[in-house]
Design a binder for this molecule. Structure first.
Ligand code: PMP
Length: 355
């Protein structure tokens, strides 16, 4: 830390992204990326656009927004695009959460970071013992709320009527539903944005649309809320989504068939991995996301993470008390999951022979 840093940031603990090592080739199952490379149409789109990188991108992203709006059956005035959902979350926290926000004690690690960055009071609401959200904790609380659905890193999803009851019972406050993983089996709350002025739904192209490296996301909300989101964007970085990413995003929307196929592959690989890990004695949450959150009675989460890393496989582990027994495993290709299971089998044999 330099002596120049503003005092209010002395205690700020920045978000720690999952490891992105470059020293060794790992099977990367730690940051919920898609195992499927982007389709050819993406590169065709950027080759043409590349000729124009001397010019700023369209700050409104109209062409892409038009396509997103058509796909999700909303109006263009209800959509904003961002440099990943992290950026859109930053705009929303800044715009709406001056008086505070609540979210689960176990959820996406960026929520408390943004709250601290912007000096927003926040409360972490404990998940139940089975790591599910208690909907009653969010009904008529008269507070701003942010919920990931499915939640991360548990993968557990709330049902749409439960989400609606939370939005409906807090009409004076903003409810963000962060749907980063919704494409892998949960129901989207986007249609509810037509009914509730206080709802913001966020989607990312990072997971189900194979674009984590291009940084693209969008949010849907009422026109008045969008006006405020745009006020933040134009006060911070009007050209937040670069030219190449905008046209890749358009190509992604146009290759809906590939998107659906990849999504179905992830879901079936998830089921396959689940069955195999359960046979090995793993316990896990009912994940609707592109990852599994699991633990094994014979080995701690930290040790499993370390031993898998030694075998060339990266998964995610947190030392937070309530979830330290668990690891989060991204669903990769079937071959990657076979390699994971083989490594886990070997580790379990080693651990048991030492007991
Ligand atoms: N929300 C949740 C729940 C996430 O897990 C992530 C990915 N780390 C994000 C938002 C951010 O995604 P991105 O910025 O890549 O769109």
């Amino acid at each position: 830390m330099s002596r120049f840093l503003a005092k209010r940031f002395n205690m700020l603990e920045a978000y720690t992204p999952g490891e992105q090592p470059s020293n060794k080739k790992y099977i990367k199952l730690n940051t919920n990326e898609s195992p499927y490379p982007p389709p050819e149409t993406f590169s065709d789109a950027i080759v043409n656009e590349f000729q124009k990188v001397n010019l700023y991108p369209n700050p409104d992203g109209n062409e892409l927004i038009k396509k997103i709006a058509q796909l999700y059956k909303v109006k263009q005035e209800n959509v904003i695009i961002g440099n990943g959902s992290d950026e859109l979350l930053a705009f929303a926290f800044l715009a709406f959460f001056e008086d505070g926000v609540i979210f689960p004690d176990i959820t996406y690690g960026f929520y408390p970071v943004y709250a601290k960055l912007y000096d927003i009071p926040y409360t972490e609401v404990p998940l139940l013992d089975d790591l599910t959200i208690n909907v009653n904790d969010y009904l008529s609380v008269n507070k701003n709320i942010v919920l990931a659905n499915p939640n991360a890193p548990t993968g557990i999803a709330l049902k749409l009527p439960e989400i609606e009851s939370i939005i409906k019972s807090n009409p004076g406050h903003i409810v963000i539903i962060d749907e980063a993983y919704v494409d892998f089996g949960a129901d989207s709350a986007i249609p509810l944005t037509k009914k509730y002025e206080n709802l913001i739904v966020m989607h990312t192209f990072s997971k189900s649309r194979s674009m984590a490296g291009a940084r693209l996301a969008f949010a849907v909300a009422s026109a008045s809320v969008m006006e405020d989101m745009n006020k933040m964007k134009y006060s911070f970085n009007p050209y937040n989504v670069n030219r190449l990413t905008q046209v890749m995003g358009e190509a992604a929307i146009e290759s809906e068939g590939i998107f659906i196929r990849n999504r179905e592959n992830i879901i079936s690989t998830r089921d396959y991995t689940k069955t195999r890990l359960k046979k090995l004695g793993f316990l896990m949450t009912d994940s609707m996301a592109n990852f599994l959150f699991c633990k094994h009675p014979d080995i701690g989460g930290g040790e499993l993470y370390q031993r898998l890393k030694k075998s060339g496989i990266l998964v995610r582990h947190w030392s937070k008390q309530r979830i330290m027994d668990y690891v989060r495993i991204t669903i990769g290709s079937e071959e990657q999951m076979d390699a994971l299971i083989k490594a886990v089998e070997k580790i379990l044999i080693e651990v048991r022979s030492n007991q």
